[in-house]
Design a protein around this ligand. Sequence first.
Ligand code: SF4
Length: 627
Amino acid sequence: MRLSAIVNLTTASIEYQETEPKLKQDFLGGRGLGARLLFDRVGPEVKPLDPDNCLIFTTGTLSGTTWPTAARYHVTFKSPATEGYGYANAGGHFGPALARAGFDAVIVTGQAAEPVYLEIAPRTITIHPAHHFWGQSTSQVRLALLGTDRDQKDESVAGIGVAGEKLVRIAAIVNDGGRAAARGGPGAVMGAKRLKAIHVRAEERPTSFPEFAQAARQATQHLIHDPKMSGLMTHGTLVLMRPKNLSGDLPAKNHQAGQVPFIDSLDAQAFEAHRVKRRGCYACPVRCSRDSKADGELYSAGIEGPEYETTDALGPMIWNSDPNLVIYANYLCNEYGLDTISTGVVIAFAMECRQRGLLSDPDLSLEWGDPQTIVGLIERISRREGVGDVLADGVRRAAQRLGQGTDAYALHVKGLELPRQEPRTAKGFGLGHATSNRGADHLYGLPALDLSGNWETARKIFPAEILDQLMTPDDETYKPDMLIYGEHYCALTDALGICKFSTTEEYSLLPEDLAPGLTALGIQTDAAALLEIGERIVNLERLYNVREGFRRKDDQLPRRFTQEPLPVLENVPDPVTGHTRLGRTLSVARLYDFDAMLDRYYRLRGWDADGCPQPATLERLGLSQKY
Ligand code: SF4
């Protein structure tokens, strides 16, 4: 039986309790447990950086077991970016170690008088002074606490860098050297609490029941022999770079383009030259990750990564074609503790403002792709220096401070910077970015069945009569149907503490493949019951935001995506150099009727026209008492 702990940093007190069984039955662990705890503890009267905000670390039902990819942990909080429901999720070894130390949840509240760190040993938490770590990078603290910068299976550190200390609203929590719970500003919440790091030590790996071990082995075999997983297993998410450049789904220059003429420099093949070794999270047979090295004259660094989202954010989005600089910028974000996605988007915002004569800086050119600007802005944002102080609060607040119509170039939803899909070509993602309860979020629903041509899965899930339209990327009619299924399955995946690359990314494992493992753990369930838990979590997250005043007006995309068409160009080899360049216009991507997609999405969900769950929906999901 794992515990929940409440760590009050104001009073330096710690309370331990058994996690309520009914709570786990209705919400499982991870994201579900976090959503319920936040809903009950942090109301509209609490501001994100107030001591009364909670930073809730939760482990999933399967975290720390031998289930393939059972590597994730979840952090839930009121978001400094959106002022609403916030969460972040990361892999590595921290989550499994926390689970194996005996914790379902560690709820951190209050504010320490001086910097502290937490030491978590099996079923025990101790608060230690951390003055000596304040001002240090994430890797310096990790090295000091672990005594090594090498991977530790049973011991892990998650912490903030200078950005979190400075309450930068795009600050991340970094664990295991190169993994980040990044989105929505959890690093700023941790900094506001003066909590520098959490050092966790697991106990011996528990022996699992033979039926569970058998189910886990079967799932592992299924994953590693699924042909759909081969690209991810060979190249990681960088496998997406080239196909997205073909389809116009590789956001560039702050979404002024959806393709780049320098894809040969940034595709999976190009990064192979920088790869040191393949890498994976705890219990993961997929091993989509890698260690890479920047070996340019100016930039030298080693990191875990980069993965697709970071590579687009710190590459095409800011018109940087140098893989060494992508790796180095990723390294700086990890050291300072910044969300790489939001960092790329705020730099792109600054560059477009400069392009339009609305922003300048005495020391930095702010020109597209300028290396000094990229490195300089990352440092200035982290330390809140100069223009970095404006950008440190994210693009929404930066545009409010700069005025002059700069909000037209601030690409966010609900205050969270857009992840790296192009809503005019990836229309399910566009709808998902708009409606996600944590702000623009590609991992809230991962609606990519149409883009990846995954007919095999689509046939299993959706009625035959809608398949042709659902699987046509440009057809908007049934994108809400695809998104909603993905949202339930993503929420379930996060509640179990497993990786979406085993579930909703390629649908290698379906809910019915997860049920035998859970049944072997004593949780009698089936696919329908599991998906209903996912739906309950999404609705509770929506209720949190409804209570905060969020409505349909907040489920909107930036004007660029609803009003500006996007040319999609041919990728052709240059006859002289042989390098891929962009040729003639093949098509023009646009959103035809975003409101119609939103209407259908609300209707299918059982929400009213303003985006609020209807009483009958809440009744069905057992959430009536929350409204
Ligand atoms: S698939 Fe990749 S991100 Fe997911 S658990 Fe495995 S190594 Fe980690």
